[in-house]
Write a protein that binds this ligand. Structure first.
Ligand code: SF4
Ligand code: SF4
Length: 87
């Protein structure tokens, strides 16, 4: 079992709050930009480093992050958190 951080790059505004609030330095901004010209984060460390603490999903002002629990096959089996209703 692991946790996958699903990031909707197009919703991201590049504020970097998720990177700052990640308790295990799992996230980092990438050089690529979305259609709004914003850099967005991705997981840069193995999924096992993510504790599923939900800090990144809670802090994201754009509700761009969801956590998915993954099984041994890597399939997402359930959504752990989405802190906001869609805007
Ligand atoms: S759930 Fe916690 S450990 Fe995982 S990426 Fe988000 S803030 Fe980091
Ligand atoms: S907190 Fe949300 S909007 Fe800000 S960089 Fe992270 S994913 Fe993008």
């Amino acid at each position: 079992m692991g946790v996958h951080v699903a990031i909707d790059a197009e919703r991201c505004k590049g504020c970097e709050l998720c990177v700052a609030f990640c308790t295990h330095q799992v996230l980092a901004m990438v050089r690529a930009m979305n259609s709004k010209g914003a850099h967005f984060p991705e997981m840069t460390r193995p999924d096992s480093d993510c504790t599923g603490c939900r800090q990144c999903a809670v802090i994201c002002p754009e509700a761009a992050i969801e956590l998915e629990r993954t099984g041994e096959t890597g399939d997402a089996s359930s959504v752990l958190a989405c802190a906001h209703d869609g805007k």
